[in-house]
Write a protein that binds this ligand. Structure first.
Ligand SMILES: Nc1nc2c(c(=O)[nH]1)N[C@H]1C(S)=C(S)[C@@H](COP(=O)(O)OP(=O)(O)OC[C@H]3O[C@@H](n4cnc5c(=O)[nH]c(N)nc54)[C@H](O)[C@@H]3O)O[C@H]1N2
Ligand SMILES: Nc1nc2c(c(=O)[nH]1)N[C@H]1C(S)=C(S)[C@@H](COP(=O)(O)OP(=O)(O)OC[C@H]3O[C@@H](n4cnc5c(=O)[nH]c(N)nc54)[C@H](O)[C@@H]3O)O[C@H]1N2
Ligand SMILES: [Mo]
Length: 754
């Protein structure tokens, strides 16, 4: 399959028309897409009261293939009951993620309790009775509650409220596998854990960094902003070990000029090694200091820790920086020159920054750079974690976290007279480890695919298998339903956002809260998440408790509660009347002082991690293809990287030559925790020494080591060895030969001026 020359463009348009045919025509799809509901995919956010395909600046049409795919998936027909009679669980295990997604919508509660090899449809009453009985027999400390970022703020709020009243703080969301490092890093640096800017600020900046992300594929609508920024003369520096097609050139479908001729995106493309960002960022900072381009007045008045940081930069040698980043000094100096010349810089980043053992340090290093230049706490400049799920930020805001913020806790206890448990809640990985050790009896997943998103897939299956009961609330089947089973597994079918009987809300990555109207149900059977959670609370908690769960089953009542207890969310209480969407107070940092106890931001000093690999090893990143949304695979091919299948490992031709492997050879990729058979393919666009595989399949290889500060696994930094199928007699041998430093200068340079 040939790689496309640019991202977006006509292929996206043709794809849309094809998808429209699948669901009965463009008119039906158009109506669904234009309904007043928040887009279901990424956290860039569109839709809500302005109508579908409108962003928070009011721009229309905002077009994105991903939102179409998600919509079309929800518009699928129902899975027939016979399906589960026909296919046993072992047969479902042989389905690919794509096949599972395309089975159709779940419409009836299901149980798999070991009595047979099949899921069995059961009534809602039986399902809820089984769950309530189990919860009543289980110690709350032996239960955990996980949420993905697709559900509403209302569902998230009552999930955590119910879990805490039941008696546990083991409440968390997919952020631990995603942007937790951004939240922790940003809070430690500037006092807020979210973006310090809004969409408008991006339009005012003259230099935008995109570090460790592939928004052309994962946040395609950001590309319009980036293309327009280039058009008005701004610079865009992309830092990524892979040259991603759409980050070089992208045809924005909603912009005629761009659609016809394409738009340049990166003005400078820099390829560090995987994990080399910390050293690269330190190098840029060192050079800025050398150039005397620091904003010393800002650092003195508004920051702490500059002296120690400056001292560490001055001690650092260029040899160490170049060896540990994989980027040449010239390139680093060029980046620093551009930063020094910029009047308003935005630093954005994604999973290439957070999916590391030093994820929080990466984020702090980005903040260090911004602070040195006085680029936080004013308009048109700042820090922008590009978030994942459409409501992942909201899940954190409304308390789907192990610890509640003090203010929230106090308000909850004083306003509602509830008592919240005082034990320490566990993060996602810690819940899985506890399950693996037999210390958890019950797991509850509000959406998502905890099995598929987890590192060390074999361990994940084992850990979930130790649970007495595992409950999934889902719209469609995924690999979790086939491989991630408890002794008893219950699947409850839920309504999608645009089928909810009552309005719900979602928070974008710019802290903008959108109001979704909901809409008519597409299938009989699925229930609203809020209704299910309230019903569980009614059945499990004492009837004379402080919360009236009949009332709390209404999303309007939940909004009142959120407005009363979550700081900055006061306006949500009047939203039903006003329909006015709003920015959460106190998030955007357009002025100083900083919202830290002493009003100052903080710079942090770091040790730079070495990038040694064994002689026969490669450093592997696990990433998304253009045709998937997380563990949901819509298409087997990856248009932007020109791959026609997913069981591949992309390796630079120099590495294939070094390892004596021909392109197209079947190999076993082995890591410290597992192995998988894949086809090795030559890929020019990856920095030598590094390799790429697709998630979730690659999770058999990812170890469970986590960043100690954010508890996020290093999904982007896995040492692997490739063994040609013919020689694969040593499966299990990790072959960590003698450690060697990767070369700084690869066969091809590591900078491209575009
Ligand atoms: N279409 C689509 N959209 C999505 C999603 C999806 O699956 N599909 N998922 C959503 C979610 S939950 C999230 S979190 C986001 C994810 O959005 P991204 O973070 O863009 O997604 P990844 O595919 O994980 O890609 C990360 C990028 O990081 C680069 N990278 C890997 N390692 C390193 C490194 O060490 N340093 C640097 N500088 N770069 C590195 C890779 O080459 C890749 O281009 O997208 C959201 N939007
Ligand atoms: N190796 C590797 N692993 C990773 C990553 C990586 O880059 N590499 N990325 C990590 C990241 S960033 C993330 S965010 C996690 C993702 O982890 P999760 O959020 O847990 O997983 P998703 O695949 O997004 O979940 C998809 C499922 O959600 C359900 N769903 C969809 N819409 C709804 C809804 O409205 N309500 C409910 N209740 N269910 C719904 C569907 O059944 C669908 O199958 O994975 C992480 N794991
Ligand atoms: Mo994510």
């Amino acid at each position: 399959m040939k790689k496309v020359k640019r991202g977006g463009g006509w292929p996206a348009v043709w794809y849309t028309l094809g998808k429209a045919r699948e669901v009965g025509g463009i008119a039906r799809l158009w109506k669904a897409m234009r309904s007043k509901n928040t887009c279901k995919t990424c956290a860039l956010g569109m839709g809500g009261q302005a109508g579908g395909m409108v962003n928070e600046s009011g721009h229309f049409p905002e077009v994105c293939k991903k939102s179409l795919q998600a919509m079309v998936a929800d518009m699928q027909g129902a899975i027939q009951d016979k399906f589960f009679e026909t296919y046993s669980i072992p047969q479902l295990q042989a389905f690919s993620p794509r096949e599972l997604e395309h089975c159709g919508r779940l419409t009836t509660p299901l149980v798999a309790d070991g009595s047979s090899q099949h899921y069995r449809p059961i009534s809602w009453n039986e399902a809820l009775t089984r769950i309530a009985d189990k919860l009543k027999q289980t110690a709350p400390s032996e239960t955990f509650w996980y949420a993905s970022g697709r559900s509403s703020n209302e569902a998230g709020f009552i999930l955590q409220l119910f879990a805490r009243l039941y008696g546990t703080n083991h409440v968390n969301n997919c952020s631990y596998y995603c942007h937790q490092a951004s939240g922790v890093g940003l809070t430690s640096a500037v006092g807020v854990g979210t973006a310090t800017i809004t969409l408008e600020d991006l339009d005012k900046s003259d230099l935008i960094f995109v570090i460790g992300g592939n928004p052309a594929s994962n946040h395609p609508r950001l590309l319009r902003t980036l293309a327009h920024a280039r058009r008005r003369g701004a610079r865009i520096i992309v830092i990524n070990p892979v040259v991603e097609t759409g980050m070089v050139n992208f045809a924005v479908p909603s912009d005629v000029r761009s659609l016809l001729f394409g738009s340049e995106i990166a003005s400078l493309y820099v390829q560090p090694h995987i994990g080399g960002d910390l050293a690269l960022l330190a190098g840029i900072a060192k050079r800025i200091d050398e150039l005397g381009a620091t904003d010393t007045a800002f650092l003195t008045e508004h920051c702490q820790g500059w002296e120690a940081y400056a001292e560490s930069l001055r001690q650092l040698t260029w040899e160490e920086i170049t060896a540990k980043s994989g980027v040449e000094q010239d390139t680093i100096e060029e980046i620093a020159r551009q930063v020094a010349a910029s009047k308003s810089t935005v630093f954005s980043w994604t999973m290439g920054i957070t999916h590391h053992l030093h994820g929080v340090q990466n984020v702090q290093a980005i903040a260090n750079l911004a602070l040195m230049r006085g680029m936080v706490g004013r308009e048109g400049a700042g820090l922008l974690p590009i978030r994942g799920h459409s409501n992942v930020q909201g899940m954190g805001s409304v308390g789907v976290t192990p610890a509640l913020k003090n203010q929230v806790l106090e308000q909850l206890q004083s306003r509602f007279g509830v008592q919240v448990p005082s034990d320490k809640g566990l993060d996602t990985m810690a819940c899985m480890e506890a399950a693996g050790a037999g210390a958890m009896k019950f797991g509850f997943c509000l959406g998502g695919n905890l099995y598929g998103s987890n590192p060390d897939a074999n361990f994940a299956a084992h850990a979930l298998g130790q649970l007495d009961m595992l409950v999934y609330l889902s719209t469609t089947l995924n690999t979790g339903h086939a491989h991630g089973l408890g002794r008893e597994t219950i699947v409850l079918p839920v309504l999608a956002r645009d089928e909810e009987p009552e309005p719900t809300t979602q928070e974008s990555m710019f802290s903008f809260v959108r109001y979704s109207d909901g809409g008519p149900r597409r299938h009989q059977g699925p229930r609203s998440e809020v209704e299910i959670l309230a019903e569980m609370a009614r059945r499990v908690l004492p009837a004379d408790g402080p919360i009236d769960w009949n009332e709390m089953a209404r999303t309007g009542t939940i909004r009142q509660a959120i407005g009363a207890v979550i700081p900055g969310w006061e306006q949500i209480a009047t939203m039903d009347k006003s329909r006015r969407e709003f920015y959460i107070t106190g998030r955007r940092l357009s002025h100083v002082p900083f919202p830290t106890p002493d009003g100052k931001a903080r710079l942090h000093v770091h040790e730079l991690p070495a990038l040694a690999v064994g002689e026969e090893q490669l450093r592997l990143m696990t990433v998304r293809s253009e045709g998937q949304f997380n563990t949901v695979v819509y298409e087997e091919y990856d248009l932007y990287r020109g791959q026609d299948r997913r069981d591949v490992i992309l390796v630079h031709p120099d590495d294939l030559a070094r390892l004596g492997i021909k392109t197209g050879t079947r190999v076993t990729a082995q890591s410290e925790v597992g192995s998988i058979s894949v086809q090795a393919r030559a890929y020019d666009d990856i920095r030598p020494g590094n390799a790429l595989m697709y998630y979730p399949e690659a999770n058999v290889l990812v170890p469970r080591h986590c960043d100690p500060a954010s508890k996020t696994p290093a999904f982007k930094n896995v040492l692997v060895r490739l063994v040609p199928a013919a020689r694969d007699a040593t499966a299990g041998d990790n072959g960590d030969g003698e450690a060697v430093e990767l070369p700084v200068s690869a066969s091809r340079g590591n900078m491209r001026a575009c």
